[in-house]
Design a protein around this ligand. Sequence first.
Ligand SMILES: C[S@@+](CC[C@H](N)C(=O)[O-])C[C@H]1O[C@@H](n2cnc3c(N)ncnc32)[C@H](O)[C@@H]1O
Length: 300
Amino acid sequence: MINDLHIPILTSEILSFIKDKKKLSILDCTFGRGGHSKKFLENGHCVTAFDQDDNSLIIAKRLKKSFPNIFFYKTNFKDLDKLNLNTKKFDLILLDLGFSSNQLEDKNIGLSFKNNTNLNMNYLGGDLNAYKIINHYNREELQRVFYLYGEINQSEKLAKYIISQRSIKRISTNFELIEILRDSGVNFRSKKIHFATQAFQALRIESNNELENLEIFLKKVHNFLKINAYLAIISFHSLEDRIVKTYFRNNKIHKKNNFQNKKDWGFENLTKKPITPSKLELAENNRSRSAKLRVGRFLN
Ligand SMILES: C[S@@+](CC[C@H](N)C(=O)[O-])C[C@H]1O[C@@H](n2cnc3c(N)ncnc32)[C@H](O)[C@@H]1O
């Protein structure tokens, strides 16, 4: 039995853009536990959904018994142009990035520093994982990952220390890694958060190719939007949000049909500032605390 720990985030804010609209075709690129998709289906919309997670497939099959208008594809969203989709263009496309609460608690994935698990962190079923990065990347590669994806200033010092430690003994578990981070002498800038947060974030981003997936997806998504359709993206860390913000900025419309990107399409930015969860949502769901929603309306 799959437990459902995941509570969908910013749901009413997303629905507010399409209220009064009937029978829309919606693409939910990050189905997860189907929280958002179920809301769309309950509102009478038709949902095409992606996720790379096997459990999502099981949940989608279960949901289909009550809602025949859900069409699930087990895939990476970056490959949306490689599929034979049931619908070619959509009225709303949603990305709710990152991992679900269930994946966070999954000891085989090992995303949490609360559990002593094998080093992995890959939640998309790809070949790369934290074990390979930590034990096989060279100094420059380790430094790049920690600097770019963890924003760790002393990334060179950290890379060198990890290499010295792994030459004594392979680093196999999350707790071994945490001990090494603690002993490294690196000054992690995290005061309020666990000191391993930045390093874990960096390894997770690299293991799953998170930023590249998003960038590849954004290069293609305009081909799948109807005129006046909405592109809604929820991100959970500043590196993702920066990519989304830059995408909407670089592809914004100036005045009527005057497209900034010199192409024949663009977006009206509907969220000058990103939408963040209400106090009530924050109180009910701690995971929502770093969520930022940006929405654009597609024109061509
Ligand atoms: C935050 S959860 C989504 C939760 C979902 N909105 C819900 O309400 O249940 C993110 C989901 O996106 C999936 N995911 C992340 N990156 C992906 C990618 N590049 N391709 C496919 N699925 C991805 C993860 O497997 C995870 O299930």
